[in-house]
Design a protein around this ligand. Structure first.
Ligand code: G1P
Length: 317
């Protein structure tokens, strides 16, 4: 186990190979059963995960991040009214043929990149909205006995290197369960799962407790859980035993906290990258602007426009 930054445990080659096999993360769960009430009426007929940042749906960012991290099996936990997600990842022969005919090769490539390999994607329905922990548990039979990732598509993380990839690499060294972590203003901590830190090693922290949406006074720190997890299959057994927690829901945070009580290692990982809370309107708008400003075809017009409206706004004050 890695306990301090820069300490490298001495392991033999065969030991390392065996460990690397055990710690290979190839499956990811995408909980997408939520009703998206914060975005109504837009989400009345369209799943929230299909809402687009510039021209790519939220879910595409999550999938790309997972692919970059080496994920091969994509498990969606869905609910009624989410069939647009299945269509989005399906091949679209008519559209592809039309684009080819018109010579729109770049667009054709972009559309093709949304296709999933046959058998790489599975959809499981969460029949009742019982919480994030329950959603993850719904996928238990597809996970079987392997470590797996969980990606919450509302949390979009921009950066040079996929957040999940950073975590997968760290996990290969540490084992245990791992959550993405980020410092938030103390008064905002009650909107998150919050870590009780045992040992702060810089990028990594080891964790001695986790609380879902604590009151500001009870928050053990301001280090919040962000929607990326690498979990050992034991967490699934813990979910099964949980009672409803914060908000009357079965919480993933509580299942990970139970790991700690069972004396298993749990780590927080301070990722490199900028996180946008696309579950909120303000976060969604900020992400839209940030992603548009990063695009060569949009940045000049958009930044000119932003300067203009800010100048008008400032003059009016
Ligand atoms: C979920 C998790 C919470 C985590 C958050 C990150 O909460 O339950 O622990 O901090 O995602 O976005 P939600 O925002 O779905 O209520």
């Amino acid at each position: 186990m890695l306990t301090r930054k820069n300490t490298v445990p001495i392991v033999s080659r065969s030991e390392k190979m065996g460990r690397d096999m055990r710690r290979k993360v190839t499956k990811a769960i995408f909980p997408v059963a939520g009703m998206g009430t914060r975005f109504l009426p837009a989400t009345k007929a369209v799943p929230k995960e299909i809402l687009s940042l510039v021209d790519r749906p939220l879910i595409q960012y999550a999938i790309d991040e997972a692919r970059e991290a080496g994920i091969k099996e994509f498990i969606f936990v869905t609910s009624r009214g989410k069939s647009a997600l299945e269509d989005y990842f399906d091949h679209s022969p008519n559209l592809e043929q039309e684009l080819r005919k018109k010579g729109k090769i770049e667009l054709l490539e972009q559309v093709r990149n949304t296709n999933m390999e046959s058998g790489a994607i599975a959809y499981i329905r969460q029949h009742k909205a019982l919480g994030l922990g329950h959603a993850v548990w719904c996928a238990r039979r597809l996970i079987a006995n392997e470590p797996f990732a969980v990606i919450l598509p509302d949390d979009v993380i921009a950066g040079e290197e996929s957040c999940l990839k950073q975590m997968v690499e760290a996990y290969e060294e540490t084992g245990g369960s791992m959550v993405a972590a980020m410092e938030v203003p103390p008064e905002k901590a009650s909107a998150y799962g919050v870590l009780d830190v045992k040992d702060d090693m810089g990028t990594m922290v080891s964790v001695k407790g986790m609380v879902e949406k604590p009151s500001v006074e009870d928050a053990p720190s301001n280090l919040a859980v962000i929607g990326r997890y690498i979990l050992t299959p034991d967490v699934l057994n813990n979910i099964q035993k949980l009672k409803a927690g914060s908000g009357g829901e079965i919480q993933l945070t509580d299942a990970i906290a139970a790991e700690i009580e069972q004396e298993r290692d749990v780590f927080g990982y301070r990722f490199r990258g900028q996180r946008f809370d696309c579950g909120s309107k303000a976060g969604f708008l900020q992400a839209t602007v940030a992603f548009a400003l990063a695009r060569d075809d949009l940045k000049d017009d958009l930044s000119r426009y932003l300067h203009e409206i800010m100048a008008v706004k400032n003059a009016a004050q």
